[in-house]
Structure formats: structure tokens, C-alpha cells
Design a protein around this ligand. Structure first.
Ligand SMILES: Cc1cc2nc3c(=O)[nH]c(=O)nc-3n(C[C@H](O)[C@H](O)[C@H](O)COP(=O)(O)OP(=O)(O)OC[C@H]3O[C@@H](n4cnc5c(N)ncnc54)[C@H](O)[C@@H]3O)c2cc1C
Length: 323
């Protein structure tokens, strides 16, 4: 069985949620696998993440380089080519960094590449059987991937529950001396911090989230009134931000915020994977949509087929009357 590696994305000394999700994904490939974590970075933050990972991984490859203080896919790809054994399977989170690094890494490693994997069915001989989604999540594609010369697999954050088992008692193996020439054309210039919004939806317990089904800017008020009645905050899908009806800080999704509410009210949101990728944990999802075939109903705990322009004011009224 090919050796399995998991690339750990981290920031400010804290590993991304995907770090533990990749263990679950690896165990779907090989239940008894001893997965090796790879942590690249520099300084105290790197050591902190490496130590944290030894609780979950038996082996942690540490790559310490000033050039990796900021995630530069070109630099890290060059290092990985020198460190990863040929024919291995390397799991990488399917985020902007993973999408940047994965394809080129597979070419340099001369191995297969399969992206945005949402489920893993297992291995048959030298065939890795995975599921991807296409057309905004409307079609699931079963992919047979020949891994006889290894594979780079980007794994969508979210569908694999984190492996919280801990207690791995792993060892850190310093691979910094093996990275070879990592000179790169791409240089880090500066970090541009995202502008702070009026509300931090990543901290909200309850979100009333509106999508294109809201139809008109003036109808946003209906969501605000419902949120107030529920003690919730208002969030939204990307088209609402693109239309400039709500601030970017309220966008949920892969190119917006990652939220962890207890209750998520999806109002007129179809349920694209880019949107669902921004919802972590297992919130109680209430979806209201007038299309019974909307993909959001596949993940919703409660699905209501209704027109949100009628449903929201009615619910607001009921809640206000009951106070
Ligand atoms: C690189 C990239 C990054 C992206 N990042 C994000 C992201 O971070 N977040 C994000 O949300 N999207 C993101 N997207 C966009 C994403 O692909 C979808 O286009 C988007 O999520 C769709 O938003 P929506 O569900 O509001 O709209 P739609 O898909 O148009 O769905 C609207 C839904 O409302 C329903 N509806 C219409 N009228 C009513 C009504 N009156 N009552 C009830 N239901 C009604 C419809 O049946 C439909 O299901 C990204 C896309 C790309 C390419």
C-alpha cells in the first residue's frame, strides 16, 4: 500500500480544521494507514503546529524555512518534490492554496491528480475510487484513479468529519535539510488584512442567511427583521455581495467567511458547494426554498418548500407575538 501524506494548512500557529479531516479521508483509503503530516513554515508558529499534530499523527514532517513563513505554493511544491517518496498518495485541502499547489505537484511527481474529492470509496488493486462533484454540486462523478505511480488528491473541506481521536504520540522528523533549491519567481510582498465588517458572523450562534431567492435589495429588510426576532445575525451567499446588497464580511462560503453557528437558516439559497464549504461543524440547517429539487435540501435538517418572501415575515410575526 502506498504511503499516505497529509499536507497541513496553518495560520498564526493554529492548524486549519482540514488537518484532522485529512486523517478521516486517509483512513477511507487505508483503514490501518499510518499517515504522515507535512507542516511547512518557519519559527515558533511552525513548532507549535508540529507539536499539535503529533497528537493526531504518528509522524510529522517539519519543513522549516524563512521562505515558507507565508504560504507560497511555488516554494512549497519544490520542497515537497524533494521530500515525498515516488508513488505516495498526498492529500491536500481543496482550498485556494491546495488548488494552486496540487496540479503542478502532480506533474513534478509524475503522479495522478484528482481534485475536490468529497467522498472516498476505497482502493481496488491500484485504483483509487473517489467521488467528486460537478456543475455546482448537481452531479456526482465517480472517478477511478490509477495510483500505480502515486497520486495528489485535493480533498474538499467539510465532507470528512475531523478525526478527534488524539493520543497518537507522534514524532517530529525535521526534513528542513532535504528541501534542496527552493528559489522561486513568486515573492511574498505584504499581507493585506480583510476589512473588518460591522458584525463578525464567524461568532454568531444563529444565522439567517439570504441567497438570490431574496430577489430584491429592499427584501433584505425581511431577513433583518427575522434575524432580530430570533436574536440572530444576517449572512448571505455570494450573489448578494456581488449585487452590493450586503457587505462582503457577511458572505458565507469558500471565498467568504467560514461560519460555525448552532442554527443556520438558508433562505433562498440553492446550496452550491462553494456556499456549503463555508459552513463548518454540524449546524442545524433549516432550508427554505421554493424549488423542491434545490441541492440545499440534501444537507438540510429541516426543509421547507415555500416562498421566502411570504415565509420570513410570517415567521417574524409569530416569533414577535410569542414574546
Ligand atoms: C471561485 C468561486 C468561489 C465562490 N465562492 C462562493 C462563496 O464563498 N459563497 C457563495 O455563496 N457562493 C460562492 N460562489 C458562487 C456559487 O457557485 C453559487 O453561484 C452561489 O452560491 C449561488 O448563490 P445562491 O444559492 O444565493 O443563488 P442561486 O444558486 O441562484 O439559488 C437561488 C435559490 O433561491 C431559490 N429561490 C428563488 N426565489 C425564491 C423565493 N422567492 N423563495 C424561496 N426560494 C427562492 C431558487 O430555487 C434557488 O434554489 C463561488 C463561485 C466561484 C466560481
Amino acid at each position: 500500500m502506498a504511503q499516505i501524506f497529509a499536507y497541513i494548512v496553518h495560520k498564526g500557529g493554529v492548524a486549519d480544521d482540514s488537518a484532522l479531516e485529512l486523517i478521516t479521508a486517509a483512513k477511507k483509503i487505508d483503514a490501518g494507514a499510518n499517515v504522515t503530516a507535512i507542516v511547512a513554515g518557519s519559527g515558533a508558529d511552525l513548532d507549535k503546529v508540529c507539536n499539535e499534530m503529533t497528537e493526531s499523527y504518528k509522524e510529522v514532517y517539519k519543513i522549516n524555512s524563512e521562505a515558507m513563513a507565508y504560504p507560497n505554493a511555488e516554494v512549497i511544491r519544490k520542497a515537497l518534490v524533494n521530500i515525498l517518496p515516488a508513488d505516495c498518495i498526498c492529500l491536500i485541502p481543496h482550498n485556494t492554496f491546495g488548488m494552486d499547489m496540487g496540479p503542478g505537484l502532480s506533474i513534478k511527481m509524475d503522479s495522478a491528480y484528482v481534485s475536490d474529492v468529497v467522498a472516498i470509496e476505497g482502493i481496488e488493486g491500484s485504483t483509487l475510487k473517489v467521488i467528486r462533484q460537478e456543475f455546482g454540486g448537481q452531479v456526482s462523478t465517480h472517478v477511478d484513479c490509477d495510483i500505480s505511480s502515486g497520486a495528489i488528491v485535493t480533498v474538499r473541506p467539510g465532507p470528512f468529519p475531523p478525526d478527534e481521536s488524539k493520543g497518537a504520540g507522534g514524532q517530529v522528523v525535521d526534513k528542513s535539510g532535504d528541501i534542496g533549491d527552493i528559489s522561486a519567481k513568486r515573492k511574498y510582498l505584504e499581507t493585506v488584512l480583510q476589512e473588518a465588517g460591522d458584525v463578525d458572523i464567524t461568532k454568531s450562534d444563529v444565522l439567517v442567511s439570504v441567497g438570490r431567492g431574496i430577489e430584491d435589495e429592499e427584501n433584505i429588510e425581511l431577513a433583518k427583521e427575522l434575524a432580530e426576532a430570533m436574536g440572530a445575525d444576517v449572512s448571505c451567499s455570494r450573489p448578494i455581495v456581488d449585487a452590493k446588497w450586503l457587505d462582503k464580511s457577511r458572505q458565507v462560503g469558500t471565498s467568504g467567511q467560514t461560519v460555525k453557528p448552532k442554527v443556520y437558516m438558508a433562505m433562498g439559497i440553492s446550496g452550491s458547494f462553494q456556499h456549503l464549504g463555508g459552513i463548518k461543524g454540524s449546524p442545524f440547517i433549516v432550508a427554505v426554498n421554493k424549488n423542491p429539487k434545490a441541492p440545499i435540501f440534501q444537507v438540510a435538517d429541516v426543509g421547507i418548500i415555500a416562498d421566502i418572501l411570504e415565509f420570513m415575515p410570517e415567521l417574524t410575526e409569530v416569533l414577535n407575538e410569542s414574546k
